[in-house]
Write a protein that binds this ligand. Structure first.
Ligand code: GLN
Length: 487
């Protein structure tokens, strides 16, 4: 039946029309997961029984009478994977870290609660870079995930498991999180489409915090319509997360097909320098030409503070991480490693529980926050962040969306950058500013270089996810269907 090749939206329609049951769909994906997991390594944990149980319950409720108890039918019965830093009650949620290796969620994150209310079975937890720190999935303490397009290459990160699971068609759709590019970069490297929503669009209640002023939950899928559907379910104000905005969630499906005639697209000159890889540039240029054919107008814009983006991001995100991760001490959270005395217990639990990258971030964070250096680093970075935000506000006054590359390279070989953290950080150049500004952005596959996928990034104004979905959907139609690798 090859349901796995279909998009989440197509499967949802089939379940709604009773051409297939949620149980059949979930079983097929579980089989595919079982046959491919050893090869790709995308799951931290798989919920075999629990997902089937939910699917059966939703099938039972799949009639006019009972379905009205569900919030909407956009993805009713369609299984989804959650990144392993999103809590679900009674399920392992480890952030791919040894310090949380036995930790089970004690409550449902708001996004999970909303998915359940929409009749979506949870099929498992996706592998990730430990505590979402990384760009290759090699920082996972469980196993490195592979890129389905070339198994010796990384899928990107930190939502690498979510991205690879979708590209390997082991799940139709997955939730990820994005603090500095962790949805968009793996989407670009795996030929999937991924959205980082506006800061405050989606509740972070039940998300393990990394950089609280930057983190957002979003999703990855094979089509923009799939993203529109899942974002309709999970977006909106939540009284449990005071940073969520009381801004109405528009009907995302309604605007998907709007005409792009007259759409103003800005190309920031700082993103298109001599240094930009020629092959990547070619893919981006072609995408711009396709959008022009659809009626869009293109002009140059400027984001002058781009050159400070990486350093600013790594100061702010590490400072927030150092503070957020202090709770993993063997007392409040985390595996306790020693009972000798309190000092030794803290030291052992944290030094054995955290991997090298997490420790590096905690050290950077505590350093930039320490009294002698606070003004020079954290305070200065906060001021620069404001300037970066103003760059985007100014540019988005002139144009409707900004178009850029997502990643300076295609998927790189495993091991290639792992010993050189700075090299790894520099790969985030096109994505981190967006989180600091808080605006939404989507990565949509645009082409290939040497058989490896390349995405483009569309950046919109605050709460204009609807426009991003519209442009991305129209672009997909012009681009044509992607054939995912046979594995
Ligand atoms: N690669 C970036 C980092 O390591 C982004 C991570 C993320 O978005 N979670 O911090």
């Amino acid at each position: 039946m090859s349901l796995y090749r279909k998009t989440a939206s197509e499967i949802a329609e089939m379940i709604k029309n009773k051409e297939v049951t949620s149980e059949e769909v979930t079983r097929e994906f579980l089989q595919r997961i079982d046959s491919l997991e050893d090869k790709i390594g995308v799951f931290s944990s798989i919920l075999h029984e629990k997902s089937l149980e939910s699917a059966k319950k939703y099938d039972n409720d799949n009639n006019e009478d009972k379905r009205k108890d569900y919030d909407n039918k956009l993805l009713f019965g369609v299984p989804v994977a959650l990144k392993d830093n999103i809590l679900s009650k009674g399920d392992l949620t480890t952030a791919s870290s040894q310090i949380l290796k036995n930790y089970e969620g004690v409550y449902d994150a708001t996004v999970v609660e909303r998915l359940k209310k929409a009749g979506v079975p949870i099929i498992g937890k996706a592998n990730m870079d430990e505590f979402a720190m990384g760009s290759s999935n090699e920082n996972s303490s469980i196993k490195p995930a592979s890129n389905p397009w070339a198994l010796d290459r990384v899928p990107g990160g930190s939502s690498g498991g979510s991205a690879a699971a979708v590209a390997a068609q082991m799940v139709p759709i997955a939730l990820g999180t994005d603090t500095g590019g962790s949805i968009r970069q793996p989407a670009s490297l795996t030929g999937t489409v991924g959205i980082k929503p506006t800061y405050g669009r989606v509740s972070r209640y039940g998300l393990m915090a990394f950089g609280s002023s930057l983190d957002q939950i979003g999703a990855l899928a094979k089509s923009t319509e799939d993203l529109a559907r899942i974002m309709q379910i999970i977006s909106g104000h939540d009284e449990k997360d005071p940073t969520t905005a009381e801004v109405e969630v528009p009907d995302y499906l309604k605007s998907l097909n709007n005409d792009l005639k007259g759409l103003k697209i800005g190309l920031p000159k700082e993103y298109f320098t001599e240094d930009l890889d020629k092959d990547i540039k070619e893919v981006v240029d072609k995408a711009v030409a396709q959008l022009k054919e659809l009626g869009a107008e293109v002009k140059e814009v400027s984001l002058p503070y781009t050159k400070y983006a990486i350093s600013t991001y790594y100061i702010i995100s590490s400072a927030e991480a150092a503070s957020n991760l202090s709770r993993y001490d063997g007392v409040r959270y985390g595996v306790r490693k020693s009972d000798e005395n309190i000092e030794e217990m803290y030291v052992k639990s944290r030094s054995e529980g955290f991997g090298p990258e997490v420790k590096r971030r905690i050290m950077i964070g505590n350093y930039v926050l320490s009294s002698g250096f606070y003004d020079a680093y954290y305070k200065k970075a906060s001021q620069v962040r404001r300037l970066i935000k103003e760059d985007f506000e100014k540019a988005l006054n002139e144009v409707d969306i900004i178009l850029t590359p997502v990643s300076p390279t295609t998927a790189f070989k495993k091991g290639e950058k792992v010993t050189d953290p700075v090299q790894m950080y520099l790969g985030d150049i096109f994505t981190v500013s967006i989180n600091m500004a808080g605006v939404p952005a989507i990565s949509v596959p645009a082409g290939f270089v040497n058989g490896l996928p390349v995405g483009i990034q569309l950046i919109g104004n605050y709460f204009r996810e609807d426009l991003l979905f519209n442009v991305s959907h129209k672009f997909e139609e012009a681009r044509g269907k992607i054939e995912y690798p046979e594995l």
